[in-house]
Design a protein around this ligand. Sequence first.
Ligand code: ATP
Length: 267
Amino acid sequence: MSEQPLLKVDSLEVTYKKAIIAVQDVSFHVAEQQVVSILGANGAGKTSTLRAITGFIPLDRARVRRGAITFCGTSLLGLLPHQITSAGLVLVSERDKVFPNLSVSENIAAVGPSRWSASNRARREELAYTYFPRLAHLRRKEAGLLSGGERQMLAIAAAIVCGPRLLAIDELSLGLAPIVVQELAERLLEIRREIKLTLLLVEQSAGLAMRMADYVYVLENGRLAAQGTPKALAENADVQRIYLGANNGTRKSYRDCRAAGGVSSWS
Ligand code: ATP
């Protein structure tokens, strides 16, 4: 593992329409070959953070108002999404993951820069089917007709074809049955070991975030509320209560617990 983290985010602030502060003073880093999860409930600022990192920031008049984002030691601020992808940071987005009217093979063929040679492209496409053999059987099927799990698989395969150094996945588990999520997560971790991939997982599912990651950052209302290894976080009774469902259905925020004196300092 190199000394310098692969991705480093410092004091990030993201706003929408100059008025709504979605992310405030968020700092985290991802080391080479590490699996890092950013965990948070709806509206915590997970997607806004990912958008800032992957260059999809100008949509909806969003902007990075403060902070720094460096990848391999180079600032990503102001770069366009395709430039960031070319640099090796590739996003599997929460929505619009695939082209629904294209077949599986057309989806995989659609990614990557036009400068790739035909042989390079063909080799990468075949690799996608090696990683996800089920997709090979679905080559001719329209992506819009795939199941949710197959669609997620296709989106990940298409992202891997781009040759990422860091793969960022927004909500791997969204809308999928637990068994499908488990299958995808296991395969993803195997692929990660095979090609020495670094993973940044943005998740609402605490269970998945904790099972997959080496290190977890917890976002709440746009701010970093906690961080630690899954083991350290899981052993903390307050995290158990707030994020892991041990609260008899009465979800409290980390901040509320801290205000009531019920959260010890572990962030
Ligand atoms: P979810 O899991 O529901 O997608 P999230 O953790 O990804 O939530 P964000 O989507 O980043 O959270 O939202 C963070 C904050 O920014 C929320 O208060 C949200 O209302 C606001 N926000 C997000 N997108 C926009 C937008 N396009 N315009 C204005 N405000 C937005």
